[in-house]
Design a protein around this ligand. Structure first.
Ligand SMILES: NC(=O)c1ccc[n+]([C@@H]2O[C@H](COP(=O)([O-])OP(=O)(O)OC[C@H]3O[C@@H](n4cnc5c(N)ncnc54)[C@H](O)[C@@H]3O)[C@@H](O)[C@H]2O)c1
Ligand SMILES: O=P(O)(O)OC[C@@H](O)[C@@H](O)[C@H](O)[C@H](O)CO
Length: 499
C-alpha cells in the first residue's frame, strides 16, 4: 500500500509538537542537517507550544537541495524519531517556514539575514564549515571561498554569508540581531564572532568601518553547549515514521532520548522561550562546554577510531568490545577529566555512567565513520590542552597519544595496512595531505613528527619529543598487532604510572 506523503494535511494532530500558526520567521538557520532538526527545532517547538512568538525558522542548506526540496514538498514537516531500547516515538516539530539552498540562492540567504523580522541567525555547519585554520584559529584568508567572499562574489562560506548578510542588514536599517553557533566548538559564540570580525577587518576600509560599528553595538554572539546524539537518517527511520504516523516521510531525523542545551542568555533582539524544552541559561557555559567537548566528544572520537579499526560499523558495537570500553574509560577519567572543571550541578559519576549508557544505545545506529569524520579539525580543539597539562606535570597521557595514533591509522594508514571500510568512509579535509606525508615518511616516528610539525595539533605538541614518540609507538603496534593490542599497551602503561 502506498502511504500518503507527510504534509500539513496528513500530519496526525497528536504528533504535532505545537498548534500555532501560521508562523512568522524570526530565525535563519545555516546548516539544515540532522542535528538542527532534532535539537534546536525541537526546543523551538516546545517554546512555541508554551508561548506564541515570531519564531518560525528559515532553514538554509549549504549545497545539497535534498533536504530543502523535501521540506518544501512536505509543508516543512518531518518526524523526529526518538530511539531507545525501550521503544520508538515520533514527533513533528513543524517550526520551519522556508528552506533555501545557499549554493543556488545566495541572494535569498542574504535577504533572509537582512530581513527586519529576523532576530537570530543560528548555525550547525560542522567544525569544518567555519573556514578557519586549526593552527592559528584565525579565519583562513587563503581559503578560496573566503577570498571570493571578500572580493564580493555571492558568498559561498558561512562566515562570508553572515558578514555579507549583516552588511545588507545595516543598509536596511541595522536592526539588532544575535548570531548563535550550535556547533561542537570550544567557545563557539566567541569563535564565530572573532571570525566574522576578521572577515570584516579584511574588507575595504569604508565597508569595514560601517560593519565594525554595527557589530560593536547591535550584534551578539553568545556561547552555547549542545548535546544530543543524532545519527544520519536511514530507511529504517523512514519505516518507523510510516509505522507510527501512517505517512511517508522522506527526511525523518533519528535521535536519542537524552538532550541538553546550555546557553548564555545574551539575545539582543529576543529569543524563543527555549527553557520550555529544557534549555538551561547560564553564565558558566564554558564549564559545560569543556566537560561535554572533552568527556563526550573526545572519548567518542577514540571509540570511533578504535571501533572502525576493529571493523565495527556503529558506536554501540564498538563500545561493546571490552578493550574499546576500557580505553574509553581511561581516556575519559585519566586524560580528559583532570583538564575540566565540573559545573556545580553536575553529578560526575552519574554523568559518566550516562555517557556509557548513551553510547551503548544499540537501537541508535551512530556510525563510527560519522563520529570519526573531520578529525583534523576536531582533535586540534580537544587534544592539545589536556595533553600539555599532563606533559607539563611529567605524566604521559597515553590514551590521548593512542587517540592521535588511531586517528592517523584510519585516515593515513601506512603502506600495506588496510584500516577497513569504516575508516575508509571517514571524510576529512586533511586526508590527501596526510596520505602524502604517510607516503613520504614510511617510518612511524618521522611520519608522526612530520604530521605534528604541520600544526595538526596546534604548535606545542610537535616539540614534545616523548609525546611524538609515544604516538609513533602506538602506530607501530596498531600496524603490527592491531587496535586491541594498542589499547592493551596504553592500559598497562597507564597502570604502571598510577601504581
Ligand atoms: N549529530 C550530532 O549528534 C551532533 C550533536 C551535537 C552537535 N552537533 C553539531 O552539528 C554539526 C552538524 O551535525 P549534523 O548531524 O547536522 O550533520 P549533517 O551531516 O546532517 O549536516 C551537516 C550540515 O552542515 C553543513 N555543512 C557541512 N560542511 C559545510 C561547510 N563546509 N560549509 C557550510 N556548511 C557545511 C551541511 O550543509 C549540512 O547542512 C556537527 O558537526 C556538530 O558540530 C551534531
Ligand atoms: O562531530 P563531533 O566529533 O563534534 O561529534 C561527533 C559526535 O561525538 C557527536 O555527534 C556527538 O554525538 C554529539 O556531540 C552529542 O551531542
Amino acid at each position: 500500500m502506498t502511504l500518503p506523503r507527510l504534509t500539513a494535511a496528513s500530519t496526525p494532530p497528536a504528533a504535532l509538537m505545537h498548534h500555532r500558526g501560521p508562523l512568522e520567521t524570526g530565525i535563519v538557520h545555516l546548516g539544515l542537517g540532522n542535528f538542527h532538526r532534532a535539537h534546536q527545532a525541537v526546543y523551538t517547538a516546545a517554546a512555541l507550544a508554551a508561548q506564541d512568538g515570531p519564531w518560525g525558522i528559515a532553514g538554509v542548506a549549504s549545497r545539497s537541495a535534498r533536504i530543502a526540496d523535501s521540506l518544501r514538498e512536505q509543508d516543512f514537516r518531518y518526524g523526529t524519531v526518538q530511539i531507545s531500547p525501550a521503544g520508538t516515538t515520533v514527533e513533528v516539530p513543524a517550526v520551519h517556514t522556508a528552506a533555501l539552498v545557499a549554493a543556488t540562492q545566495p541572494d535569498a540567504v542574504l535577504d533572509a539575514i537582512a530581513a527586519p523580522g529576523t532576530r537570530i541567525v543560528t548555525l550547525t555547519v560542522t567544525e569544518h564549515g567555519y573556514t578557519y585554520s586549526p593552527v592559528t584559529h584565525r579565519l583562513d584568508l587563503d581559503h578560496p571561498g573566503v577570498r571570493g567572499d571578500l572580493a564580493g562574489a555571492p558568498p559561498s562560506t558561512t562566515i562570508g554569508q553572515i558578514a555579507r548578510g549583516l552588511q545588507r542588514r545595516v543598509r536596511a536599517g541595522g536592526a539588532p540581531i544575535t548570531v548563535l553557533s550550535c556547533d561542537n566548538l570550544t567557545a563557539n559564540g566567541e569563535h564565530t564572532g572573532r571570525l566574522v570580525r576578521e572577515f570584516v577587518a579584511a574588507l575595504p576600509a569604508a565597508e569595514s568601518a560601517e560593519l565594525s560599528s554595527y557589530l560593536d553595538t547591535a550584534v551578539r554572539f553568545p556561547n552555547c553547549m549542545v548535546d544530543r546524539i543524532v545519527p544520519a537518517t536511514t530507511d529504517r527511520y523512514r519505516q518507523d515514521v510510516a509505522r507510527a504516523l501512517g505517512v511517508r516521510d522522506e527526511i525523518p531525523v533519528p535521535a536519542e532520548p537524552f538532550t541538553m542545551w546550555v546557553l548564555e542568555d545574551d539575545f539582543i533582539a529576543g529569543r524563543p522561550a527555549w527553557e520550555h524544552g529544557g534549555a538551561v541559561f547560564s553564565d558558566d557555559v564554558e564549564a559545560y562546554e569543556l566537560l561535554k567537548l572533552r568527556l563526550l566528544n573526545g572519548t567518542h572520537s577514540l571509540i570511533a577510531y578504535l571501533g572502525a579499526l576493529d571493523e565495527r560499523a556503529i558506536i554501540p558495537d564498538a563500545v561493546a568490545q571490552p578493550f574499546v570500553e576500557q580505553a574509553a574509560r581511561s581516556v575519559l577519567v585519566e586524560d580528559y577529566l583532570p583538564s575540566v572543571r565540573v559545573p556545580a550541578d553536575v553529578d560526575l559519576d552519574g554523568y559518566v555512567a550516562q555517557l556509557f549508557q548513551r553510547w551503548s544505545n544499540t537501537a541508535l545506529g551512530h556510525g563510527t565513520h560519522q563520529v570519526g569524520s573531520d578529525g583534523s579539525v576536531k582533535l586540534a580543539q580537544r587534544i592539545p590542552e589536556p595533553a600539555r597539562l599532563h606533559l607539563d606535570r611529567g605524566r604521559m597521557p597515553h590514551h590521548l597519544a593512542l587517540t592521535v595514533a588511531a586517528y592517523l591509522q584510519c585516515i593515513a594508514p601506512p603502506a600495506g595496512f588496510e584500516p577497513g571500510r569504516y575508516a575508509a568512509a571517514m571524510s576529512d579535509p586533511a586526508r590527501p595531505a596526510l596520505a602524502d606525508l604517510a607516503a613520504a615518511q614510511p617510518a612511524p616516528q618521522p611520519f608522526v613528527q612530520a604530521v605534528l610539525d604541520t600544526g595538526l595539533l596546534g604548535t606545542d605538541l610537535a616539540g614534545h619529543r616523548e609525546f611524538v614518540d609515544r604516538v609513533a609507538e602506538f602506530r607501530t603496534i596498531l600496524t603490527t598487532h592491531g587496535s586491541s593490542a594498542a589499547a592493551a599497551e596504553a592500559a598497562s602503561a597507564g597502570l604502571a604510572v598510577s601504581a
